[in-house]
Design a protein around this ligand. Structure first.
Ligand SMILES: Cc1cc2nc3c(=O)[nH]c(=O)nc-3n(C[C@H](O)[C@H](O)[C@H](O)COP(=O)(O)OP(=O)(O)OC[C@H]3O[C@@H](n4cnc5c(N)ncnc54)[C@H](O)[C@@H]3O)c2cc1C
Length: 512
């Protein structure tokens, strides 16, 4: 098998991976591997913005309180404090590297989103914030000769030796190569593609979580999946996200009878927390026997709407929807996973030499429900911290050859993938109960053998990881017999006993 040695290996080139790479670049050679082209990531598609305290009317204390409130009692307070305190500095740094956030005159333009009590969301080019972040971070990373990138390089597994992480096995040009490193940072993003309705791009198949748990890392809070209330529901169109900031700017929700309904569900109406809005939409869909509701911006100034949401406007126009004149059909979709690889405030996992940052990680900042626009900030703050911490690694990678070269194949891969995604959406979605979760478990058990086999194509490896992560989500959701944050059990509507305990998984799950 071919192999290479680097100082620092980073898996993923979204906001978290790139920010970590920039931190490490002056101190050694950095290799960023990514399974698609470098910009293909959730970061690239983030619309609404990035939350940080950037005005005199706001304080880090209020940002902290809003985050803790959204997290519904399960945030780690020190992780939240770190996020809100270090956030403004990370933003100023981005601006100094060329990030063009929207401005009103000379001042940064700040908007409001659900569950924020102050206007603190920075945005770029209206609704293309993630694209701007990705552009600036890629360009900054490129400015260091020590940073190299391997696009279309799929990470299969970590190299574990005596309980330490010594790098990763990567599939590149149809060949497996061993990449040995003193420190490895997982920044592989989320797992939205596990659900048939999702806002997430194709790359979000939960690989990092599955790879980590196979290596012996602990996962935490995996039952907490956030469903975004408003993705475009139009048969010919992709499940395109309609940013929360549209409601922040005054858009309202109507059921198919044209009636506003959010006032009946929450005092903050359209600006209630995401899980409340998603469940309210599902209730209205059931009541009206419909598969969508509408988002209505027709009462807002047309010019303002077009300038503020240029990307959403142009995308909807492709499907003959004029967001200034037409009702926009929407329904909820899987959007973000709060759980992931458990880390401390420096991104360290329980495996020496293995760090995690961004959506793949569980630092505890989001608790049971993420405050809107806090995840890009988490990627910046904790990507930088993981990079800094990785500098202190004492690992001396050994060039071991522990890769199992026996390869299997799956004949009905697309059928299984489709069935898995539908099962997760229908049985483990916005409203769950023991019966639906058991049905999901029974289905997943049919495919459990796949999680123990080795494959040599991206599609098969992704499916293996999707089954693993789905199984952990279902088992965690079964164990949490109560409703907290984004996890809602129709058979246990109260919080349940010991609700403040976090549910953890390690590879023991595969022995059962
Ligand atoms: C449509 C949409 C809109 C959003 N809007 C906002 C918003 O307005 N504000 C906000 O704060 N958050 C938003 N989010 C969430 C936010 O974008 C993500 O949580 C965040 O960008 C995650 O960053 P990341 O660096 O952890 O992962 P990502 O940006 O997803 O990057 C993951 C990287 O890992 C790579 N990768 C994955 N698996 C492998 C593998 N096996 N081998 C090699 N490489 C691999 C991918 O190719 C990619 O490069 C949005 C998300 C979506 C999908």
């Amino acid at each position: 098998m071919d192999s290479e040695s680097v100082d620092f290996l980073i898996i993923g080139s979204g906001v978290a991976g790139l920010r970590a790479a920039i931190e490490l670049a002056p101190f050694g050679d950095v290799l960023v591997v990514t399974k698609d082209k470098p910009s293909e990531s959730s970061t690239e598609y983030a619309q609404g913005g990035i939350a940080a305290v950037m005005s005199d009317e706001d304080t880090v204390g209020i940002h902290q309180e809003d985050t803790l409130k959204a997290g519904d009692g399960l945030c780690r307070e020190d992780a939240v404090k770190t996020l809100v305190e270090e956030g403004p500095e990370r933003i100023m740094e981005l601006i100094s590297w060329g990030a063009e956030f929207d401005r009103e005159g000379l001042k940064l333009a700040l908007t409001l989103e659900a569950a924020h009590s102050k206007r603190r969301i920075l945005h770029a080019h209206g609704d293309s914030t993630g694209k701007e972040l990705e552009r600036v971070l890629l360009s900054k990373a490129r400015s260091f000769p020590s940073v190299r990138k391997y696009p279309f390089a799929y990470t299969i597994d970590l190299i574990i030796n005596n309980g330490e992480c010594h790098g990763a096995y990567v599939l590149r040009d149809n060949k497996v190569i061993a990449l040995f490193a003193k420190a490895t940072i997982l920044a592989t993003g989320g797992a939205g593609r596990l659900f048939s309705r999702t806002t997430n791009p194709f790359v979000a198949t939960g690989d990092g979580m599955a790879i980590a748990v196979r290596a012996g890392a602990e996962l935490e809070d995996m039952e907490f999946v956030q469903f975004h209330p408003t993705s475009l529901y139009y048969p010919a169109a992709p499940q395109f996200l309609l940013s929360e900031s549209m409601r922040g700017e005054g858009a309202v929700l109507l059921n198919i009878k044209g009636q506003r309904f959010m006032d009946d569900y929450h005092a903050k109406a359209e600006l209630a927390p995401r899980d409340v809005v998603s469940r309210a939409i599902i209730s209205e869909m059931v009541k009206t026997a419909s598969n969508h509701v509408y988002l209505d911006l027709r009462h807002l100034d047309k010019k303002f709407v077009k300038n503020r949401f240029p990307k959403i406007n142009s995308t909807c126009l492709q499907y003959d929807i004029d967001i200034t004149e037409d009702l926009i059909p929407v329904s909820p979709a899987a959007h973000y996973i709060m759980g992931g690889v458990r880390t401390n405030l420096d991104g360290e996992s329980n495996i020496r030499g293995l760090y995690a940052a961004g959506e793949v990680a569980c630092t505890g900042v989001h608790g049971a429900n993420r405050l809107a626009s806090n995840s890009l900030l988490e990627g910046l703050v904790y990507g930088a911290r993981a990079g800094k911490a990785a500098l202190n690694t004492k690992i001396k990678p050994e060039r071991i050859s522990g890769y199992n070269e026996e390869v299997s194949s799956i004949s009905d891969i697309y059928e299984i993938r489709r069935s898995l995604r539908r099962t997760m959406w229908e049985k483990t979605g916005i409203i769950r109960c023991a019966k639906s979760l058991k049905q999901a478990e029974t289905k997943l058990l049919l495919w459990k053998e796949i999680t123990k086999q080795n494959f040599i194509t991206r599609n098969e490896l992704e499916l293996k990881n999707m089954i693993t992560v789905s199984f952990i989500i279902v088992e965690s959701a079964l164990l949490r017999k109560g409703s907290v944050g984004a996890h809602y059990r129709s058979d246990h509507k109260d919080r349940g006993a010991n609700w403040q305990e976090h549910i953890k998984w390690d590879k023991a799950i595969f022995r059962s």
